[in-house]
Design a protein around this ligand. Structure first.
Ligand code: COA
Length: 267
């Protein structure tokens, strides 16, 4: 599909806040949103990475960066306020900050497990919770970035499986609690997306990449633009009656179960 889908002003006049927006899937969403006419604030921990990403986004439209660690509620609160002061009410919130490393349960410390739980689950809670007073009500859309690990058990991914299952459930609960305020809450489950930190960690070699492609029904890695298109749909009025949905965008990967992917990755 042509890039034009992002250029038709679908999000003109809207404001988006994207956590973990300096790279990968979240940066792809940020780029899609900027091209669709939104004012976009991205958040990340690493200031240098954040600034470089913002510069790239500004080539296409309006963007700013706010540094904060999603694990630290006070810093997330301050970031939200900064964005609200600059851009006004937030129409679209993307909770995308996540952590991952492949390791068996016995190969990770309690702190390693906690690091991922804190970034994914607590981070999604913190960003959602701190955003609420700044969201446009009614009308705002929250989009959480999940993963197939939420429902497919995979070895070497105990932390991520537990964390993303938590993210999915948070999505459903907040959809119920915030529906009355006119806020929709949905999640996207991306499959293997090329050129992301997650894929570099899970499939570091040319061999493992090739094996993954061969197991996928659509026979290719996804792109960050594939995910951005779904995010654009969920953010737009085209999805006005959709809330509490966990939408899979994975080239058919999850049809085969977690075992196929683990095998392809040599796990
Ligand atoms: N295997 C086992 N344990 C690991 C590990 C690995 N490959 N990588 C990190 N850990 C452990 C560390 O040893 C540490 O535990 P310890 O204190 O008991 O030694 C714990 O995880 C926290 O590591 P630290 O580097 O201090 O945390 P951090 O907050 O800086 O990083 C991570 C968080 C670990 C999730 C890191 O991988 C990260 O920053 N990821 C972000 C990028 C990313 O993963 N993107 C992909 C998303 S799909």
């Amino acid at each position: 599909m042509a890039d034009g889908v992002f250029k038709d002003g679908l999000l003109a006049g809207k404001v988006a806040f994207i956590s973990g927006g300096s790279s990968g899937i979240n940066l792809g969403i940020a780029e899609g949103f900027v091209k669709a006419g939104a004012k976009v604030a991205i958040n990340g921990r690493n200031v240098e990475k954040l600034e470089a990403a913002v510069k790239g986004l500004q080539a296409h439209g309006t963007a700013m960066g706010v540094a904060a660690d999603v694990r630290d509620y006070a810093s997330v609160e301050a970031a939200m306020k900064t964005v609200h002061d600059a851009y006004g009410d937030i129409d679209v919130l993307v909770c995308g900050a996540a952590g991952n490393f492949p390791a068996p349960a016995l190969g990770m410390s309690s702190n390693g497990f906690k690091a991922v739980m804190d970034i994914d689950v607590l981070g999604t809670f913190n960003v959602s919770r701190a955003s609420f007073e700044h969201l446009r009500k009614p009308g705002a859309a929250v989009i959480n970035i999940s993963a197939p690990q939420a429902y497919l058990p995979m070895a070497m991914q105990a932390h991520v499986c537990a964390a993303k299952a938590g993210v999915d459930m948070l999505t459903r609960v907040l959809a119920i609690e915030w529906g009355g305020a006119g806020v929709r809450v949905n999640a996207i489950t991306p499959g293997p997306i090329d050129d992301t930190e997650g894929m570099r960690r899970l499939a570091p070699s040319a061999d493992s990449r090739e094996r993954i492609i061969q197991t996928l029904p659509l026979q290719r890695f996804g792109t960050t633009q594939d995910i951005a298109r779904l995010a654009l749909f969920l953010a737009s009025d085209a999805a006005s009656f959709i809330t509490g949905s966990i939408m899979v965008c994975d080239g058919g990967q999850s049809l085969l179960g977690g075992g196929a992917l683990m095998k392809a990755m040599g796990m």
